[in-house]
Write a protein that binds this ligand. Structure first.
Ligand code: FAD
Length: 502
């Protein structure tokens, strides 16, 4: 029995408010943690339902079973980087509180084979700073105009008209089109926060899974979250008569609760895998139609010895016509002291990595490594470890990293996290416009949903709706009285006229 339930029985106070959080990713865990910390004072009781029976964490997955004897960061199959430049970042605070060491992945080196050019150190930093200015300017222009457009087109146009003396426009374009930015393509410019363009350089050395573990377990002052694995939610039914929500799972069980926080990927909701009764309002479906996702994958390769430069953290390779070249390689030897390279890919390349035969993927990977480190050097080394993510085959993962398209309006964005009062609240990376597709966004969305519940957001919404209804009724009554009076008057007039006529 939970502490809050026990307390409510002991002191005879009202029954605890029962809440189920659905989805054990960062968003769901953050929401459940925030609520669990209020259990004693607010008399609420929270349970987390996670569909998978063997793990929680969602798109945070540190594969300690297959990447053995290493620090967790070298085994990340999902999220890897945190952005160190965000103005407010509760995750950075948590890492400090929990004394979890973080590190940067180190200096970058960008290879532009077609131009026979390598960009690094100060030159690359200057290009990034200039690109940030260009992006800010492009975003501002689009925000000032009425019509949204794709961010990549807006930035490329801005580069073309940019007054730059020190850095060539070709270089700016190449770096922008380079592998670090594929998730910017086709996304809304208006909803893009330029400050998240750069700063993706921080990793949790012992593994991102420690973040989800700590959220679940809490610190020594906090109660652990009550989580049930293997709870694949199929139906959420609201009942206005009983004022309850029924949550049905595929194990043919159901739970009747006061409210739920839905923290599953938007594609899971959009696909109809979770049935809402009554169905979700049209405004939400419209908003979900205006969000897309790009596939993302992780590939970990191990060798007997590290044959790549020790002092470079990230090798970036500008893809040419060959879409399946591997554009980002992280030197894990620098972070964990083991001869491991991690490739990060997006879009078509990510699908290629996850779905092609192992030998085909290995060959392509080696082809990219040969461009980076030379034919002979690579030929002298064999791959000893080959581990890849499988997100594209996981219907519970929602298909990668989400982003708002230029069709997505301000209202759409709000509609994604507007609760269906008083029963259903929403969280998940896709509900955080500025930080969509990120761990930091997922965390903040979970806290926001929990706080909507704690602070009685719905009470205010329902009270406002009630007041509006009253106003409408009064207006209706007044206008009906007016119409009746008018009708009465005109009947009287008619009668007078008719009398006159007679
Ligand atoms: C390869 C890859 C690399 C990435 N790299 C980065 C990065 O470097 N930095 C970064 O910030 N972000 C990165 N991301 C994105 C980041 O991982 C996500 O934005 C974030 O983890 C999403 O958290 P979430 O809680 O919103 O959703 P999820 O983590 O997807 O959690 C949703 C949970 O809901 C569960 N679920 C689904 N359906 C049901 C159901 N019907 N009933 C019950 N439970 C259900 C799922 O099993 C899952 O556990 C990456 C993602 C991928 C795939």
């Amino acid at each position: 029995m939970s502490w809050s339930l026990l307390l409510s029985l002991v002191d005879g106070s009202n029954e605890a408010k029962e809440i189920v959080v659905i989805g054990g990713g960062v968003a769901g865990l953050a929401a459940a943690r925030r609520l669990a910390n209020e259990q004693l004072t607010k008399n609420i009781h929270v349970t987390l339902f996670e569909a998978k029976s063997d793990r929680y964490g969602g798109r945070v997955q540190t594969d300690r079973l297959r990447v053995k004897k290493t620090k967790g960061v070298a085994a990340e199959l999902g999220a890897l980087w945190l952005n160190s430049r965000l103005h407010t970042d509760p995750i950075a605070e948590l890492l400090m509180d929990w004394e979890l060491p973080s590190n940067t992945t180190g200096r970058e080196k960008l290879y532009l084979p077609k131009q026979n050019q390598v960009v690094e150190d100060e030159e690359l930093q200057n290009v990034y700073s200039e690109l940030l200015k260009i992006t800010k300017s492009a975003v501002q222009k689009v925000r000032n105009s009425k019509i949204d457009r794709a961010l990549d087109a807006a930035i490329l146009e801005e580069i073309s008209s940019w007054d730059t003396q020190t850095i060539s426009k070709n270089l700016l374009k190449s770096v922008f089109l380079a592998p670090s930015f594929p998730f910017l393509f086709g996304r809304s410019t208006k909803h893009f926060d330029p400050n998240v363009l750069v700063g993706w350089n921080t990793v949790i050395v012992d593994g991102m899974d420690l973040l989800v573990d700590r959220l679940l377990g809490g610190n020594f002052m906090e109660l652990p979250i009550e989580m049930e694995l293997g709870k694949d939610v199929r139906q959420i039914k609201m009942n206005d008569k009983t004022k309850k929500v029924i949550v049905r799972t595929t194990d043919l069980k159901q739970r009747s609760v006061d409210a739920v926080i839905v923290a599953v990927p938007f594609n899971v909701v959009k696909s109809g895998a979770v049935v809402f009764e009554p169905s979700l309002p049209k405004r939400m479906h419209k908003a979900m139609d205006r969000i897309e996702s790009i596939a993302a994958s992780s590939l970990i390769l191990g060798f007997n010895t590290a044959f790549w430069p020790e002092n470079v953290g990230v090798f970036k390779l500008m893809p040419e016509e060959n879409l399946e070249s591997f554009p980002i390689w992280i030197n894990m030897n620098r972070v964990v002291g083991r001869p491991l390279l991690m490739a990060r890919t997006f879009g078509k390349t990510a699908l290629f990595v996850e779905n092609e035969e192992e030998s085909v993927v290995k060959n392509k990977a080696l082809q990219s490594l040969r461009i980076l480190f030379g034919e002979d050097t690579v030929a002298a080394h064999n791959i000893t470890t080959f581990i890849r993510s499988q997100w594209s085959a996981d219907p519970l993962s929602g298909g990668g990293i989400s982003f708002p398209t230029p069709d997505c309006t301000e209202d759409d964005v709000k509609n994604l996290y507007q609760p269906i009062c008083p029963y259903i609240y929403f969280a998940g990376e896709h509900t955080m416009p500025g930080l969509m597709g990120t761990v930091q966004g997922a965390y903040q969305s979970g806290i926001r949903a929990a706080e909507q519940l704690i602070t009685g957001f719905c009470k205010e919404v329902l009270a406002a709706e009630q007041a509006q209804k009253k106003r409408n009724m009064t207006t209706l009554t007044n206008s009906t009285t007016d119409s009746l009076n008018k009708a009465d008057k005109s009947t009287k007039n008619e009668n007078i006229t008719k009398k006159d006529e007679l």
